[in-house]
Design a protein around this ligand. Structure first.
Ligand code: PLP
Length: 376
């Protein structure tokens, strides 16, 4: 049996998306920048896609730009906040994705005066809104707060409305990486005072290499990539027309099936977690279930295990695809920066299982059975 439990890493294309993309690839080859009919047809598709995604965020069409994914969008926002928006302080968190953390490290090199503060998280993986409030109220520096909506490793989520309100109150800009939550939760930028959002299509059954950045219209920034005048001069390079159409289709389907996907996935995840706790003594669930938590992720820490990495290998041999919470550095296994931030015991092995409405109970039972025998 083959069981894919790595949906937080990436998702397969759903048939609706695949069909939409194939149709575009077969029938529309024009360059959206060309003024002839072939180009106009491609341009119409891109604009139609923009409309569909903008509707899901309740933003205007002029605030949404297609990119190659959340990595590019995050780079764009962080860099331009400093160069174009006079930001002299960035507040982020220790559990952001590397495309935030490594970008910040790089920005710091060429901007040594820039103050970068990383909010700590508690053992449950939550940032403290109080700590953020304290920071925001004790400095006049122009500040960008960049905090992810949902964490990709341990699934913890912030209260986006509360953070947005705090930022508004103190005149700070607010950026959130919604790569893990877009297509799973409702967003309304008219209700949530967020200035920037980043997402990738491949996390919601769309194609890889396509994403968006939302830039609230009061914030004029310069592009990351220069060249042609695509995306109203904000992102040069010929548009990935099929990818963009696939992204729009994935978004529409995701929002049409929002509740259905949520309920099915969450119940599979909850069943899996409760069975793991019953069958594997000493197993611990990371993150929290009392505050915000992504419904498709289970980050589980297993009792001290001599050959932790063998667990991942043995699951793979059994046909089960999961993600390890550690990385091998110079031959030594090290906890990821997220696990380190929650004070995880590195002697324990943590595995991220991430689920989908496409999973079945049989797959979960098979995984539990294999996991139980590996842990014996
Ligand atoms: N941000 C988060 C929270 C993610 O989970 C990911 C992907 O794993 C990214 C950003 C980067 O997305 P991409 O690789 O599509 O640019």
């Amino acid at each position: 049996m083959q069981v894919y439990l790595d949906y937080a890493s990436t998702t397969p294309l759903i048939p609706e998306v695949r069909d939409a993309m194939i149709e575009v690839m077969n029938e529309v080859h024009g360059n959206p920048s060309s003024i002839h009919s072939f180009g106009r047809k491609a341009k119409t598709l891109v604009e139609e896609a923009r409309k569909q995604i903008a509707e899901s965020l309740n933003c205007s069409l002029s605030e949404l730009f297609f990119t190659a994914g959340a990595t590019e969008s995050n780079n764009m926002i962080l860099r331009s906040a400093v160069t174009d928006l006079n930001v002299t302080r960035i507040i982020s968190s220790k559990i952001e994705h590397h495309c935030i953390l490594h970008t910040l490290e790089d920005i710091q090199k060429s901007n040594p005066q820039l103050e970068i503060i990383y909010l700590k998280v508690n053992q449950a993986g939550q940032i403290s809104a109080e700590a953020l409030k304290e920071l925001l109220s004790t400095s006049d520096k122009k500040t960008l707060v960049s905090i992810m909506h949902a964490n990709n490793e341990i699934g913890t989520m912030i209260d986006m409305d509360a953070i947005a309100e705090l930022c508004s109150l103190h005149g700070a800009l607010f950026h959130s990486d919604i790569a893990q939550s877009f297509g799973k939760y409702h967003f309304d930028v008219q209700k949530t005072a967020v200035h920037f959002l980043s997402a990738s299509a491949h996390k919601l059954y769309g194609p890889k290499g396509t994403g968006f950045v939302y830039i609230q219209s009061d914030n004029q920034i310069t592009p990351l990539l220069f060249g042609g005048s695509q995306e109203r001069n904000m992102r040069a390079g010929t548009e990935n027309v099929a990818g963009i159409c696939g992204f729009a289709k994935a978004t529409t389907v995701a929002y049409n099936q929002l509740e259905e996907r949520h309920n099915k996935t969450e119940s599979l995840r909850n069943y899996f977690e409760s069975e793991v706790l019953k069958r594997i003594p000493g197993a611990v669930i990371n993150g929290t279930r009392t505050e915000g938590y992504l419904y498709n992720v289970a980050s589980i820490s297993f009792p001290q295990h001599e050959h932790g990495e063998l667990m991942v290998f043995n699951l793979d041999i059994s046909g089960i695809a999961i993600s390890s919470g550690s990385a091998c550095s110079s031959g030594v296994e090290k906890d990821s920066h997220v696990l380190q931030a929650i004070g995880h015991d590195p002697k324990r092995k943590t595995i991220r299982f991430s689920f989908s409405h496409l999973n079945t109970k049989e797959e979960i039972d098979y995984t539990l059975e294999k996991l139980e025998s590996i842990c014996k």
